[in-house]
Ligand binder design. Structure first.
Ligand SMILES: *Cc1c(COP(=O)(O)O)cnc(C)c1O
Length: 371
């Protein structure tokens, strides 16, 4: 008899783990009679800011909106250029275009798979307004280099932290380095709601106040818009769920790193490239992404053993039909283009139990030992 398949992600397992707490919190919200932007949202905003060591947090509807509103709040306007990577969720570039700004693509560094700070300068011109680094897979981008560069050139920085809740550089959480940062609480993220959610984090109260205006029609007082805002509110149910899950985020990230260490041990010494240990950084291990020329056969081998895998992502943003041939910088993404043919994500979430972990490790070892 074949053992149960192990999915590459499993948000239901986390609901099961905290079911009682979550159901109680949800019932309380349902009975409170207040469903959007209320006490739960405010409490979550304070607790998440305090977890990060940030001054301000503003809950919004999803991570894409968080990026778009953060960019607007730090002063990015239609026609301004924003330097970012093509190795990310499509949301990164979609958010820039959503506000009428222009994405300019820069290559990644092969070690971190994040923006390569050495390549930014060549792209800066008169219209450049901001840099948008992505802490991809939970690996912090080199924020000290990026901030020093941005300050020197008068640029704004918005961090895409959608995959990096709790990641650190020198003990400081990502999301607190830039002028603002965007988080997503999509169900599979390290901190995931049971629906959509997002937040903008900032140390500047004026930036946070801008986001508060923009997320609700530009209202300063009810029904009176002083800016052209949008509707991007966080609801009370999601905030109540996030408050519970936030209490388990740090231990969940530790468990993710334990699983990652076991995978590294199982795969070490072979032809497979593993996620790097970048000195001075604490990886949030949102995804465990390996690289191999034999990616496709490895993938079928693992699927044959009931082990789920995924590609994050099957195509870089500049390779996708909606973007192909029209994004600036797309012709110089050597490291990005190389990476996409080789990447594979394997199961990684705190609820992966020790038997499942052992099964994945065994499969990885037998892949390494084949022939
Ligand atoms: C998930 C994700 C987003 C978008 O978040 P949503 O909540 O799905 O809108 C943005 N950037 C990155 C890197 C992501 O992984």
């Amino acid at each position: 008899m074949n053992p149960d398949p192990i999915p590459v992600a499993n948000p239901k397992a986390q609901f099961e783990a905290y079911r009682d707490e979550i159901e109680t919190a949800m019932r309380n919200v349902l009975e409170s009679g207040w469903y959007i932007l209320g006490n739960e949202v405010e409490a979550f905003e304070n607790e998440f800011a305090s977890f990060l060591g940030a001054e301000q947090c503003v809950g919004v509807a999803n991570g894409t909106d968080a990026l778009a509103l953060a960019l607007r709040a730090v002063g990015v306007q239609p026609g301004d250029e924003v330097i970012t990577v093509s190795h990310s969720a499509v949301a990164t570039v979609a958010a820039i275009e959503q506000i009428g700004a222009i994405p300019i693509l820069v290559d990644i560094h092969a070690e971190t798979r994040c923006i390569d700070p050495a390549l930014i300068e060549a792209l800066v011109g008169g219209k450049t307004k901001a840099i948008l680094p992505v802490h991809i897979y939970g690996q912090p981008a080199p924020m000290h280099e990026i901030m020093a560069f941005a300050r020197k050139h008068g640029l704004r920085v918005v961090e895409d932290c959608a995959q990096a809740h709790g990641a650190e550089i020198g003990g400081q959480k990502v999301g607190t380095f830039g002028d603002a940062a965007a988080f997503s609480f999509y169900p599979t993220k390290n901190l995931g709601a049971l629906g959509d959610g997002g937040a903008v984090v900032a140390n500047c109260s004026e930036t946070a106040e801008n986001v508060r205006l923009l997320r609700q029609y530009g209202w300063k007082e009810r029904y009176i818009s002083v800016e052209r805002g949008v509707n991007s509110r966080l609801d009370e149910l999601q905030a109540a769920i996030l408050r519970i899950k936030l209490r388990h985020l740090a231990e969940g990230n530790v468990r993710r790193r334990t699983i990652a260490a076991a995978y590294k041990k199982a795969l070490g010494g072979g032809e497979i490239r593993l996620p790097s240990d970048v000195p001075g950084t604490t990886h949030a291990m949102h995804l465990f992404v390996i690289e191999s020329d034999a990616r496709d056969s490895m993938r079928s081998f693992l699927h044959g053993l009931g082990i789920g895998t995924a590609l994050h992502y099957p195509q870089a943003i500049h390779q996708q039909p909606a973007y192909r041939g029209r994004l600036r910088g797309a012709d110089k993404l050597v490291a990005t283009d190389l990476l996409y043919r080789r990447i594979l994500s394997i199961p990684l979430y705190p609820e992966l139990n020790s038997q499942q972990l052992e099964r994945v490790c065994q499969a990885l070892r037998s892949w390494s030992d084949r022939e």
